[in-house]
Design a protein around this ligand. Structure first.
Ligand code: NAD
Length: 271
């Protein structure tokens, strides 16, 4: 079997996991690595001796031009995703990009259009779609087991603001937004995917007075009215180290709750 030749754009914290998993897949060959920071590349090379002499690049355009690839994984700061997705699709490659896919809806439409025109897969790394507890709830909802959804409440706490101080995640020019754009997008994604609902209206709130020029806000909250008269509340960033709480109230009066407690590593779904 021909191996899928994968290039990695961005070799930081998150890509380290992707690279490790790719190395375990017999159908994949890690064909090239790219990062503007040579220390990131050195770290993954040291961690995974199996990478061997895989060529390395500081400029992703050079990697795309010089290495024969079938696919790339993009794991860079958010505002860079768009041009890296477009350039990779232009080269006829499949793309697995990190979230958020891009930072504006115009960019999202353009990227989706290009992937369709190129006949290539453009996938966003929203891995909860593959996690049993979320798939279970989605299957129950899609099968009509829970009746009409009436109310959803969702909360994600990661101590995000303090945890990301001093990193690119708090620079608007690279992050493209605050927590809502970052891991908050996981919560929005999974709610919409599990319920099949679409957003009709959004109200967004953020803290005032603490935002420095060019930096992201300290607190963001978003309340969205979803189609089918469902009101979803999405509040993020508080003091709890890492927790996700979803409650879905349906016609039968059943609450569905998912708690992800990273500290305890105990995801659970119950009805
Ligand atoms: N799906 C998930 O659960 C999950 C988890 C963590 C991070 N992420 C996403 O992964 C992406 C990267 O986050 P991270 O935590 O790895 O950040 P990170 O800071 O650890 O790594 C980012 C890397 O990108 C490199 N980089 C910056 N500009 C570049 C460029 N122009 N070309 C090539 N490389 C460049 C940096 O040098 C750095 O090594 C983000 O989109 C983030 O939201 C997703």
């Amino acid at each position: 079997m021909e191996k899928i030749r994968m290039g990695f754009i961005g070799c930081g914290g998150n890509a380290t996991g992707h690279i490790g998993r790719a190395l375990e897949m017999p159908e994949v060959r890690v064909a090239a690595l790219c990062d503007v920071n040579s220390a990131s590349i050195a770290r993954v090379k040291e961690r995974y001796p199996a990478l061997g002499e895989a060529p390395v690049f500081a400029d992703y355009q050079k990697m795309l031009a010089q290495v024969e690839l079938d696919a790339v994984e993009i794991s860079t700061p958010h505002t860079l995703h768009f041009e890296q997705i477009m350039a990779s699709l232009d080269r006829g490659l499949h793309v697995l990009t990190e979230k958020p896919m891009v930072c504006t809806s115009a960019h999202a439409r353009a990227a989706i259009e290009k992937s369709r025109a190129a006949g290539k897969i453009l996938m966003v790394a929203y891995q909860r779609h593959l996690a049993p507890q979320f798939r279970y709830v989605r299957n129950q909802i899609m099968a009509g087991e829970l009746g009409k959804i009436q109310f959803i409440s969702a909360l994600q706490d990661q101590n995000w603001y303090l945890g990301t101080l001093g990193t690119w995640r708090q620079q608007l020019s690279l992050s493209g937004g605050g927590q809502l754009n970052d891991s908050g997008s996981h919560l929005l994604d999974i709610l919409l995917w599990m319920t099949g609902l679409e957003v009709e209206e959004v109200q967004a709130l953020m803290a005032r007075g603490v935002v420095q020029q060019g930096m992201v806000p300290k607190v963001q909250a978003c309340v969205a009215a979803l189609r089918a008269d469902v009101r979803k509340t999405h509040i993020i960033d508080a003091a709890i180290p890492h927790a996700m709480l979803l409650e879905i109230f349906t016609q039968q009066g059943i609450g569905t709750e998912i708690i992800h407690d990273a500290a305890a590593q105990t995801p659970a779904a119950r009805r």
